[in-house]
Design a protein around this ligand. Structure first.
Ligand SMILES: Cc1cc2nc3c(=O)[nH]c(=O)nc-3n(C[C@H](O)[C@H](O)[C@H](O)COP(=O)(O)OP(=O)(O)OC[C@H]3O[C@@H](n4cnc5c(N)ncnc54)[C@H](O)[C@@H]3O)c2cc1C
Length: 258
């Protein structure tokens, strides 16, 4: 079996993240690039299945720019190999274009299961896995909290309003997992050393048979303007002079929190 994990490189959520107000893109140098943590959880689900003795190849697929550090981390966690789609003309690619590129790369790598995150911590579009499944003509198991992979199927639970649903699909299938799915392992020393020798294939748009230039990929959303989030204002201080409870209640009521 071949499991391909879709993993996006994102700015570290624990460091300062900055938006370029001219391009609307994240300032890549402002914070450390890391693999999205939900994508690490998706990889963990694949690795757990392999650790249980299953004959499975785990491949990481990423589309991005200067992604070596993130890919190295995913390989050191245990992925067998990585495929990187890197093409300068994809800068600013939107979700439709990203899905088209990922679907083309998946057709080339082959797969039985595609594992993705239900969203990312920076873009948060939450639609790329659905678009990829549509483009590949495959079923989608969306936003699963935990997954069970077998030789012929994937199943899991998705939380919906008022309850949860158990879903199952035969293979091939596209699956997305949430931040509540398997806790990702830390790479150990052996994994870090092995990662240096694992194969990483870099593909351009030409390799995927896609003519250069994002305009060739069809519909594209355009950033119209970008505004920096205003700096946080210091909140009001409540000093307990015997009226603190009233002041607090007034504050919550005026902010419609009561
Ligand atoms: C040169 C270059 C520059 C880029 N600059 C930016 C940027 O500044 N900001 C930005 O947000 N994006 C950037 N991207 C990546 C791309 O544009 C986004 O990944 C895409 O728009 C997805 O949006 P999302 O995160 O909202 O997707 P979602 O729908 O929220 O993603 C859901 C899941 O889909 C999968 N997925 C999504 N994107 C990728 C990916 N790129 N590779 C592998 N799996 C993926 C992951 O499993 C993810 O958890 C850049 C790409 C390139 C090639």
């Amino acid at each position: 079996m071949k499991i391909v994990v879709l993993a996006k490189q994102v700015p570290d959520t624990n460091s300062d993240r900055k938006l370029n107000l001219t391009t609307g893109l994240a300032e890549r140098d402002a914070s450390d690039p890391i693999p999205d943590e939900i994508n690490e959880r998706a990889l963990e689900s694949a690795l757990k299945y392999r650790d249980a003795g299953s004959d499975v190849e785990v491949v990481v697929l990423t589309m991005g720019y200067d992604v070596t550090k993130s890919v190295r981390k995913l390989l050191s966690m245990g992925a067998d190999s990585a495929v990187v789609v890197e093409d300068g003309s994809l800068a600013g690619a939107d979700m439709v274009q990203t899905a088209k590129v990922l679907a083309a790369a998946l057709r080339r790598t082959g797969f039985d299961v595609v594992l993705a995150g239900n969203e990312t911590t920076d873009g948060r579009g939450g639609v790329v896995p659905a678009m990829v499944s549509e483009l590949l003509g495959l079923p989608l198991l969306p936003s699963l909290d935990e997954i069970q992979i077998t030789a012929g199927s994937v199943s899991g639970e998705v939380q919906v309003d008022g309850g949860s649903l158990s879903l199952r699909s035969s293979l091939p299938v596209v699956v997305s997992v949430t931040e509540r799915s398997a806790e990702a392992r830390f790479p150990n020393f052996k994994g870090i050393m092995q990662a240096k020798k694992k194969p990483v294939t870099t593909l351009s748009l030409a390799d995927l048979g896609i003519e250069a230039g994002p305009e060739r990929l069809g519909a594209r959303s355009v950033m119209v303007s970008a505004v920096e989030r205003p700096a946080k204002q210091a909140g009001p201080k409540i000093i307990d002079d015997g009226t603190a409870a009233d002041q607090l209640a007034d504050f919550l009521a005026s902010n419609r929190l009561l």
